[in-house]
Design a protein around this ligand. Structure first.
Ligand code: GRF
Length: 205
């Protein structure tokens, strides 16, 4: 079955751009079927439109509760034949029903070496902890916050001169290299989740 990806975004979408660029270079064996944003007017939507990818805005403020939002999201993804959901700066927690329905086909990227520094302030937290290194984690999403089975990680040394801005920039650079590789491997069926265990037959960090 050929992979059809739904990318969920909320912001600038540089990781989405990395996926689009990989696809154009022939390095992503999948169709980017739809980009869904929970925030109207974000740069990620522009990037999708420029690349000819369908976009959908599901403004979470318009929904009665998380369940209603998640149901609408699920309908959008199903109706476009999506079989792999890629979170790329999606700043909204999805509920347990959605996670269970997509478990093993729902991945996220996080700017730390999980389980260190989960949550929305991973870069700031790593600096505050005076960590010598941090990195990037790509993982299957489970019902916890940044707790799902880890697929791939890449470390990055923190320099004494790093600020939150410089470190975030360098982490983004790592993300843009790693995410397309991992998503390609997922799309090719070279990374799967079996009985809660990540099985990889691709060369990945
Ligand atoms: C990335 O740092 C990612 O790790 C985190 O959100 C950020 C999204 O950046 N989950 P962008 O929108 O892809 O530029």
């Amino acid at each position: 079955m050929s992979a059809r990806i739904g990318v969920l975004v909320s912001g600038s979408g540089t990781n989405l751009q990395a996926l689009i660029d990989a696809r154009h270079r022939g390095e992503l064996a999948a169709t980017l079927a739809v980009v869904v944003s929970n925030v109207p007017g974000v740069k990620a939507l522009e990037r999708a439109t420029r690349a000819g990818i369908a976009t959908v805005v599901l403004d979470h403020r318009a929904f009665a509760d998380r369940d209603a939002f998640d149901r609408a999201l699920d309908v959008e993804l199903q109706s476009r034949g999506v079989n792999l959901v890629v979170l790329a700066g999606f700043m909204r927690l999805v509920g347990a029903t959605f996670v269970k329905a997509w478990y093993g086909r729902l991945v996220n990227i996080h700017p730390s070496l999980l389980p260190e520094f989960p949550g929305t302030h991973a870069v700031r937290d790593a600096l505050a902890a005076r960590a010598a290194r941090t990195g990037v984690t790509i993982h299957f999403v489970d019902t916890g916050t940044d707790t799902g089975p880890i697929i791939s990680q890449q470390a990055l040394d923190i320099s004494p001169d790093d600020t939150a801005e410089t470190l975030a920039l360098r982490l983004h650079h790592v993300e843009h290299g790693l995410y397309p590789r991992v998503v390609d491997a997922l799309a090719r069926g070279l990374v799967t989740l079996e009985d809660g265990r990540v099985v990889k037959s691709a060369e990945l960090p």
